[in-house]
Structures are given as C-alpha cells and as structure tokens.
Design a protein around this ligand. Sequence first.
Ligand code: FES
Length: 168
Amino acid sequence: MSKETNRRDFIGYSFAAVAAVGGAASLVGMKRAWDPLPSVLSGGFTTIDLTPIKAGTPETFEWRGKPIFVLKKSADMEDSERDLKVGTDRYTVAIGLCTHLGCIPAWKKDKWKCACHGGQFSPSGKQIFGPPPRPFDLPPFTVEGNTIVLGNAGPEFKKIAAYLATQV
Ligand code: FES
C-alpha cells in the first residue's frame, strides 16, 4: 500500500467519523425537538384531592391549560346521571368553558353563569338558559380512592361520557 493510499484512507475514515458524530448529534437534536417539553409532560396529569372540597361551592383546578370545575353537590342539589359518586358523595366534574363560545362561566349562588352572552348551567353542568348548545364537556379522569386523576379515561369517566353522548 502506498503512502498516498494510506493518506486517502485516513481522510476517508476521518470524514466518516465526523459524519457519524454529526449524524448522531442531529438525531439527538431531532429527538429533543420532537419530545414533549418537561412542562407538557408534567402538565399531562392533574391529581385532585376531593377531601377538602366543601359541598355546595365548586372549586376550579387547572388541567392542560383549561379550567376544571369540581362541585361537591349539597343534599338539596338535583341527582343526575352525570354525578360522579365517590363513597356517599356526588360530584360534578366539568371542563369550565362555556360550550357556546368558550368563556369561563362563574358560579353564582346555585348555578354557573356565563358573562359573555348570558348562558347558564345547572349544578349538574347542564345548559339551562341562553345560547350554550350542550352541557359542560367532561375531562378524562380516573378515580383513585378519594382523588381523581385528570388525563386518563377510567371506567367512571366512560360511564358519564356515554350518558353525555345521549344529551347532545
Ligand atoms: S360564550 Fe357563554 S354564552 Fe356565549
């Protein structure tokens, strides 16, 4: 083998090595670009402890940038197929966006009222007045003891979602 050939081989191997390192680096870069951000990963699930929620006044939580209403129903509030039953308690769990054009309704005494165009929702999340075309939407959740975990569709969610599908 001549000296010239050895030199060419060396240059060839060097290019191959640089290309391999560059390729690996760009793969790492692509993976970083495609992977969800850490904030998105941690925002995928939200755990809500139902224990401190007082009956009759809804609490608002956040899940994937959306408000989530959780109302522990008081004894005088209507029963609904939509009720999530945990032990002896009944809850309304809902995405807190008006189903008309997406404003965030506020709880006023015994119902949610939407300031944008006057829509109203009952404690069961049903549209009862104004332009909203359907009940509040249901976020996917699972029930674990006295907590609900938003982000996964468990059996309780599926049962209520099947009921809501008949209400549209
Ligand atoms: S957005 Fe709520 S009534 Fe129009």
